[in-house]
Design a protein around this ligand. Structure first.
Ligand code: MRU
Length: 327
């Protein structure tokens, strides 16, 4: 059965609380934009495209409650700083409002288009996957992170259902464990062969020739093709380059921020030290040790073999190719 992260119910949003997975399936009823903002901030919903879709519905709820559009926009915008889909979706809702469009229909359209983009990326990306490939992925980029199907995980789904006989290495993805808790859960539900590994196992597997390709999602992609994604992605790209392993990124066009050229200019979210020093509610470090918890890193375009979008596959990754593909 296909996994869904959220359902729009006409007057509220039903959201699968991803903090509780894989052990409990708890659904939250979000009835105003403040609750939606809180769910994004506290990671009840996460993954760039899912955040964008949910924020669009939050915008609808906020305006229906009589709040000013500017205020609702600000509240939702100030939740997480890196995922570009959030700002893209809010800007789209704001221009829909300014051109007199039906806001509920616009939010539904954002959701529908994201799902269709994922399916298309699945088809296009599948063309890059050899039969029997051993594929490493990081974080969760599946149905839980999108309107459905998934970006990088969507490509893996498409490859699996086309009979490619793939095997997925799932990075656990410290500290929030999106790989262990969410990706493994999605893959298990659909019977897609996979094995969980610690993040630090990746290099050794590549050295042993056990990784044919790496595929990840993106939170923001700049005009020259630098990619912000879950912390640890950059390290994987360097390892892949060292071992001659192709490194793919799958992301919809809504993840591209063409106003930024260099990856260094992408705002990187810093989350609390507490999230790093505790694991599933238990402390794992001395209470008084300081910690640095960066949620994302930036992979330079040079380390990326191709970017798979719903509009085409960009390879080699360059400013010209990106412009050409997205226009
Ligand atoms: O902190 P998260 O869980 O929101 O981070 C998610 C990721 O880094 C994903 O790889 C990215 O959003 C792409 S999801 C299709």
């Amino acid at each position: 059965m296909e996994v869904k992260a959220f359902y729009w119910k006409g007057d509220h949003l039903l959201l699968l609380d991803q903090r509780k997975l894989p052990h409990e399936e708890v659904w939250l009823e979000l009835r105003d934009h403040m609750q939606v903002a809180e769910a994004i901030r506290n990671m009840a919903v996460r993954g760039a495209p899912a955040i964008g879709c949910v924020a669009a519905y939050g915008f609808v709820l906020g305006l229906r409650a009589g709040e000013s559009p500017e205020r609702v926009y600000e509240v939702l915008k100030n939740t997480r700083p890196t995922a570009y889909n959030l700002f893209w979706a809010l800007d789209r809702m704001m221009s829909a409002l300014n051109s007199g469009k039906d806001l509920e229909q616009e939010a539904k359209l954002i959701e529908k288009e994201d799902y269709e983009a994922n399916k298309r990326m699945g088809e296009l990306g599948n063309g890059l996957i050899p039969k029997g490939a051993k594929i490493l992925t990081h974080c969760n980029t599946g149905a839980l992170a999108t309107a459905g199907w998934g970006t990088a995980l969507g490509v893996l789904r498409s490859a699996h259902y086309s009979g490619k006989d793939i095997q997925v290495w799932v990075d656990e993805t410290r500290p929030y464990l999106q790989g262990a808790r969410l990706t493994a859960w999605e893959l298990l539900k659909e019977g897609i062969p996979h094995k969980l590994i610690t993040d630090s196992t990746a290099g050794f597997l590549m050295k042993k020739g056990l990784v044919d390709l790496v595929i990840v999602g993106a939170d923001r992609i700049t005009a020259r093709g630098d990619v912000a994604n879950k912390i640890g992605t950059y390290t994987l790209s360097v390892l892949a380059r060292e071992h001659g392993v192709p490194f793919y990124v799958a992301a919809p066009s809504s993840t591209f921020d063409l106003s930024i050229r260099n990856g260094e200019d992408i705002p990187i979210e810093e989350r609390s030290a507490g999230e790093l020093k505790n694991c599933l509610g238990s402390p794992i470090a001395p209470e008084n040790s300081p910690a640095l918890h960066l949620a994302f890193d930036v992979t330079p375009a040079e380390n990326i073999t191709a970017i798979i979008t719903e509009k085409g596959v960009i390879s080699p990754v360059s400013e010209e190719k990106i412009k050409e593909c997205l226009s």
